[in-house]
Design a protein. Structure first.
Lengths: 275, 275
């Protein structure tokens, strides 16, 4: 398979820079007239894929909303992943997994090699970037991606993310530098296998985002307050096609009949801002 | 339901201080002569419960090893949770979930109110402790617990966990202080609803662990190198019954026929060290 970052760049070139979060929360299921059960999840996902195929390059199911319904919910997620792939959409599973050793490898089995295999998985680095190496290895070997949560879109994260490491840089800058090093390590499949999640609500970090070398996923557009102009400023100078601003509630809240038009509008705004 | 910490203290008083990690990794399934599929997971779990009921107070399934098999694996985990409860064992789901807003609430639905409801859930605080409030609320309301990963057992985590916040303390100390404050906030159900995960391989943090006021889960005993004596030193002065050292591979590696004896031996060593 072509490496993840190259697939994203090509898909953004074809369909524009927007990742649509598929967030079947209780509130959105209700707004869409669906039951809060596994069948409701299935209908919600199928309608999203139908509305978005060909219009945007990437969808991002939020795994928590599937996990709410246990194994039946996870089965609905498996179905969604298959439907999205059939429709030519890339899939990022927003799972924010993160653990050490054989457990990290088990998450790689689940999300990069196994029954839930997606184009990329979000991970959380509280256990240290080095502990996530089994996930990076799996991404390199499969042409999939791992997106490390570096700077979250919410304010509470800054206590941890802006703390100073013993080397004197902030945690988020240390992570960005380490991810850039992974992408230029020369290991087979390394280029662009690891990306970063950087909230579109955040100020530019000290390490230039243009040096990271992988996909930059930017949640926080729309309901969380970031605009297309904010995205343009934050990711100024980044490789065209490698930035994926992500919106969810602001697009899904109008119901399935509005989704295509809302996604097209935001996609075009973002394309203008990311020129 | 009686609050989580009180249930742990009672259970440790009856069965001793040991949490057994249920880690059906590919290597352990093979060592136990089981297939690496959902049926193998089911048999592995059932044999663990059979061997451990009445001998130890708590089991800790590692969710990643179930997620490897997608929805079928999660169904095996649902079965395990039910079997453990029927056998009188408390269950900590080692999922290390962590996200913000409605997503944090969705994880609370899954693990504290819904189809996967367990006695306690491990969470990861990279998004900030404040963002996890929906999980703490759910724990307070249900008598369940949330265990925040503060200091992981692996060395790579220290870059983040020992970084200095703008207030001058380390991230891990800031979290321990904030958890202690949650447990003494006076909110209904608050006492002991939030605990911490502190690797048994770590040195004592600056904030005394005896002040945290919730359950202290201590992975890293056995295969990762920590001994009963290390546990005794690290948790010196903590409330009796509130410390749960956890071991997995060192107990499971000998196969199901050895598990009861291995768990009893370690439990008794730990009881001596935690006097």
């Amino acid at each position: 398979m072509q490496p993840f970052t190259e697939r994203v760049v090509d898909a953004v070139g074809a369909s524009g820079p927007l990742c649509v979060g598929i967030d079947p929360s209780p509130a959105l299921l209700d707004a869409w007239g669906l039951n809060d059960d596994a069948e409701g999840l299935g209908t919600f996902g199928a309608r999203c894929i139908e509305a978005l195929a060909g219009l945007v390059p990437v969808v991002k199911p939020q795994v928590a909303f599937y996990e709410r319904h246990g194994s039946a919910g996870v089965a609905a997620l498996e179905a969604l992943i298959g439907q999205a792939a059939d429709a030519g959409l890339l899939v990022i599973a927003d799972a924010k997994r993160g653990d050490i050793g054989s457990t990290a490898d088990a998450y790689a089995d689940a999300w990069l090699r196994g029954p839930l295999a997606v184009d990329a998985l979000t991970v959380t680095p509280y256990v240290g970037l080095g502990a996530l190496e089994p996930l990076f290895d799996a991404a390199r070997a499969t042409g999939r991606g791992v997106l490390v949560l570096v700077a979250s879109s919410n304010p509470e994260g800054r206590t941890v993310q802006e703390a100073r490491t013993t080397q004197g840089s902030s945690v988020q800058d240390a992570l960005l530098g380490a991810i850039a090093a992974l992408n230029t390590s020369g290991a087979p499949g390394a280029v662009g296998a690891v990306g970063a999640v950087v909230g579109a609500t955040r100020a530019p970090p000290a390490v230039p985002l243009s040096t990271v070398g992988g996909v930059l996923l930017a949640p926080g557009v729309g309901a969380q307050g970031a605009t297309a102009a904010d995205v343009g400023r934050l990711f100024d100078g980044c490789r065209p096609g490698s930035v994926l601003p992500s919106a969810s509630r602001s697009l899904l809240g109008g119901g399935p009949s509005q989704l295509s038009a809302a996604a097209e509008r935001l996609r075009d705004d973002l394309a203008g801002a990311l020129l």
